[in-house]
Design a protein around this ligand. Structure first.
Ligand code: ARG
Length: 492
């Protein structure tokens, strides 16, 4: 067959400014207002597009404004602003915040970042605003904004995790009489109450909350007053602004960074926050994986809610555990953000370098994604259906209590290693004769170990087996009741 000539024509076009546009230095643009004194020309369009951060750091606005208001109050306190100037600046910032919250603020990428956008808007309405940057640099300003943001972010994420914990607790409580096989190596190991498995998840998430509280405590130190790198010659009162911003210890004493160079260069809290989020992601992905397995036809322990699953465009019978799969997938992204921050700061000379502007996208993304993940886990779990019959069938295998049988021999004076060996032989015999472990004849068992007595098969009573697990952290009923009480209190 003769092929017709095909003309290849792009059927879409990506919109972007031309390189010529971006590189057009002529005619000269006016120098940048806040730092342009020594410049003859402003930045190229390409440079502006490359260097702006306002598209992502505008979310710092409430913290930036709080920081500026505290700084202005401090300047007034030490006599660098008059009461009038301070009042005008404070009110002007309030108005700008209201505009931002109402979505009426005009953000301008030519002004680079959130700090300069707000300062410019303030200067336009309040002449005294030209004094606001006294004894301050964007370096200590952004460090302060971010520390305020971290405290806020840790509190929100912590609350989201608690909501997810509560959802898990509700399911555990509603199915407190359900038992499942616990797994090691993804092989059925020993029976546990379903609640015990859920409590394991609660522990993981509780450590995440504790970790976030530590990150918030590390963030709770005020860098304001460090200036660009070496503080200021002006008589500022760092304690005053720190106190106003809530950078205080339990006794209300202000907490200040102790080295102006470290204060503007340090990004440890960013890394710690991203690490905490990465661990949240790792924990959620492990839960998600268990739920994926449990909801598969092979396990059948649970059914995931329709609202958090999707179907296949081809196979009509499919119900896919997408929310859980995405929880697994998102954890990779959260780990990536941590890696980005470590790489960003590695080998960076002191103190501030513009590279550090790139610290915000990964940190914000870690927050956005981990809060979203916590919500999705909570939603998925809240709609979970537990198939108690399938769980009961899976946990009924007497082989799950083979270890208890070894313990039985130990109580009859056999050394554990020998008991383990003997029970191994019993398991092999059961397999070979296709008999359930607990139905083997005593005479056969006696051949393996004389220590087996007529009561040997009592071991296979699941209730009894669990009741003997009385130690702290074990899945026995008394301990489970204790954990229910503990979590009920912790999650109130
Ligand atoms: N947008 C900047 C950042 O996030 C603020 C600090 C700028 N400082 C400077 N010296 N250019 O890093």
């Amino acid at each position: 067959m003769k092929q017709s000539a095909v003309t290849c024509r792009p059927f879409f076009r990506i919109a972007h400014g031309s390189v010529a546009d971006s590189l057009s230095y002529m005619p000269k643009k006016p120098a940048q207002a806040t730092w342009g004194g020594r410049f003859a020309a402003g930045p190229a369009a390409l440079m502006l597009r490359f260097s702006e951060s306002v598209s992502f750091d505008r979310r710092l606005a409430p913290f930036d404004i709080a920081g500026s208001q505290a700084h202005a109050a401090m300047l007034a306190h030490v006599g660098l602003l008059t009461t009038r100037e301070h009042a005008a600046i404070h009110a002007g910032l309030d108005t700008i915040l209201a505009q931002i919250n109402a979505g009426k603020f005009q953000w301008d990428t030519a002004l680079e970042d959130v700090h300069m956008n707000i300062e410019r808007a303030l200067t336009q309405r309040v002449p005294a605003a030209a004094k606001l940057h006294t004894a301050r640099s964007r370096n200590d300003q952004v460090a302060t904004d971010m520390r305020l943001w971290f405290k806020h972010a840790c509190a929100i994420l912590g609350e989201k995790i608690r909501t997810a914990q509560r959802a898990l607790f509700v399911v555990a409580e509603a199915h407190c009489a359900v038992y499942i096989p616990g797994y090691t190596h993804l092989q059925r190991a020993q029976p546990v109450p379903l609640a015990h498995h859920f409590f394991a998840w609660l522990e993981m998430l509780q450590r995440d909350c504790d970790r976030l509280a530590v990150v918030a405590a590390h963030a709770n130190v005020c860098p304001l007053g460090s200036g660009a790198i070496a503080g200021t010659t002006l008589p500022i009162d760092r304690e005053f602004s720190a106190r106003l911003l809530g950078f205080v210890d339990a006794k209300g004493r202000p907490q200040l960074t102790q080295n102006s160079m470290d204060a503007v260069a340090d990004r440890d809290v960013y890394v710690e926050f991203a690490a905490a989020c990465a661990l949240v992601g790792t924990h959620l992905s492990r839960m998600a994986e268990d739920l994926i397995l449990w909801s598969s036809t092979v396990f059948g322990f649970v059914e995931l809610p329709d609202a958090f699953c999707t179907g296949s465009s081809l196979m009509p019978q499919k119900k896919n555990p997408d929310s859980c799969e995405l929880l697994r997938g998102k954890s990779a992204r959260l780990q990536g953000n941590l890696q980005t921050l470590l790489t960003l700061t590695k080998g960076l000379p002191l103190t501030y370098n513009r590279d550090l502007q790139e610290d915000k996208p990964p940190v914000f993304d870690s927050f956005d994604q981990s809060t979203l993940c916590a919500d999705v886990l909570a939603g998925t779990v809240a709609g979970l259906t537990v198939n108690s019959k399938r769980c009961a069938a899976a946990v009924a295998d007497p082989a799950l209590l083979a270890t208890d049988l070894a313990d039985y021999l130990v109580t009859r004076g056999v050394a554990f290693r020998d008991a383990h060996h003997a029970v191994g032989a019993v398991v092999k015999l059961a397999e070979k004769s296709a008999t359930p472990l607990n139905k083997l004849p005593l005479a056969e068992l006696k051949k393996i170990s004389a220590a087996f007595g007529p009561d040997w098969a009592n071991v296979f009573d699941l209730k009894r087996a669990l009741a003997s697990r009385t130690g702290t952290g074990m899945p026995g009923p008394a301990q489970i009741a204790r954990q229910f009480a503990r979590w009920r209190k912790l999650l109130k």
